[in-house]
Design a protein around this ligand. Structure first.
Ligand SMILES: *Cc1c(COP(=O)(O)O)cnc(C)c1O
Length: 372
């Protein structure tokens, strides 16, 4: 039986949170002399920001809950997903005693957050086809494993993890929180794990406004979990963690779900075209299947391709030194023009491997003969 209080660090259980002025008086009408704000106005003509924002972002949560099919109390909003990632570690893992488990290759922030908090890391690699090695995961967890991180669709591989594997871990690891990071869920053809929240009290789902919603600059991440866990996150977060402009813009964005869907559809169509064109290039070995808005692509000579792309001011992510991603670059799906530019540079490169475009780099592989 899952019992949240046995998972939390003891001092978190007994912590008295900071109580902000906006916590102690929640009315909206009155003379507000309780927060030491500037009563006159703001030093910008771009808007009025002299009052502290809603510490609990109720307006966004009320709009978000029906969209996501969850209750308002099951939502935590963070300054990017980075914030709930860090808060989950800090809420549960005693440094020098507890550990958390990740399945590389995966998103780097889980490991950074463990290191930052001096928390031990268990690594159970994904299988070569980037799926969960369920037996190895279940064999690796200890009584001190507080968090198990899953990323689906996974970054950098791009694929969804098999739901049966996630379900088995949720059911077997009943003394750990199992976090499913769904940053790319809008691009995937599958229901979100938020639909399973009432079934699994140890389930935590992360989503973000940074990808499909096109709001990376706002820094707004979503965390869905049991009401009990959300209350804990609220207790330990910085009081005003989401700024007023971010709240206002997110609230407006949530009325434009159709625009998001339209952009997702375009990106998915373009991903398909990009994947096919990449597969036809002679120096491309594998374009891994993707359920996200990027492609993991294995080249004959990834490092050289990466550098030549940079010479041409096309910037992709070099994952070629990452285990199981050897020789791979991670390429975000861009606009039509951006994808064409990428393909142009790659095409020229594979046509003239002996004469890399405007680079001082020589030494292309002799077997790279252009397809005619
Ligand atoms: C991009 C990404 C995020 C989003 O992070 P934000 O802090 O919300 O911008 C989260 N998880 C994964 C796996 C990502 O790739």
């Amino acid at each position: 039986m899952f019992n949240l209080s046995t998972i939390l660090r003891p001092h978190i259980l007994s912590l008295t949170p900071y109580s902000s002025a906006r916590d102690e008086y929640t009315g909206t009408i009155g003379v507000f002399l309780d927060a030491n704000e500037n009563p006159i106005g703001s030093t910008t003509d771009a808007g009025t920001y002299n009052r502290y924002p809603d510490p609990h972002q109720w307006a966004i949560k009320q709009r978000l809950a029906p969209i996501k099919g969850v209750r308002v109390g099951q939502i935590f909003l963070g300054n990017g997903s980075d914030e709930p990632i860090d808060l989950l570690v800090r809420a549960t893992c005693v440094p020098g005693q507890d550990n958390l488990l990740i399945m590389p290759p995966t998103y780097g922030m889980y490991e950074v957050s463990a290191a930052l908090n001096d928390v031990a890391l268990l690594k159970v690699p994904l299988t070569p086809d980037f799926q969960v090695d369920t037996e190895a995961v279940l064999g690796a967890i200890t009584k001190n494993t507080k968090l198990i991180w899953l990323c689906s669709p996974n970054n950098p591989s791009g694929n969804l993890l098999q739901p049966e594997a996630i379900r088995r871990i949720l059911e077997a690891a009943e003394h750990s929180l199992v976090i499913v990071d769904e940053a790319y869920i809008d691009f995937a053809d599958t229901p979100s794990w938020t639909t399973q929240l009432d079934r699994y009290p140890n389930l935590v789902v992360l989503q973000t406004f940074s990808k499909a919603w096109g709001l990376a600059a706002l820094r707004l991440g979503m965390c869905f979990a049991s009401e009990e866990l959300i209350q804990v996150l609220n207790k330990i977060k910085p009081p005003y963690n989401i700024s007023a402009p971010t709240q206002a813009l997110a609230l407006e964005a949530l009325t434009q779900g159709a625009k998001k869907e339209g952009m997702v559809a375009q990106i998915l169509a373009d991903r398909q075209i990009l994947a096919e064109k990449l597969r036809s290039l002679p120096n491309v070995q594998v374009v891994h299947p993707s359920d996200a808005n990027f492609l993991l692509v294995q080249f004959d000579d990834a490092k050289q391709v990466f550098e030549q792309l940079i010479e041409q001011q096309v910037i992709v992510r070099d994952r070629s030194k990452v285990k199981l991603c050897e020789g791979c670059l991670r390429i975000s799906v861009g606009t039509h023009e951006e994808n064409e530019r990428l393909l142009d540079v790659l095409g020229q490169m594979s046509q003239n491997p002996e004469e890399p475009i405007e680079t001082s780099q020589k030494a292309a592989k002799p077997e790279l003969v252009s397809k005619t």
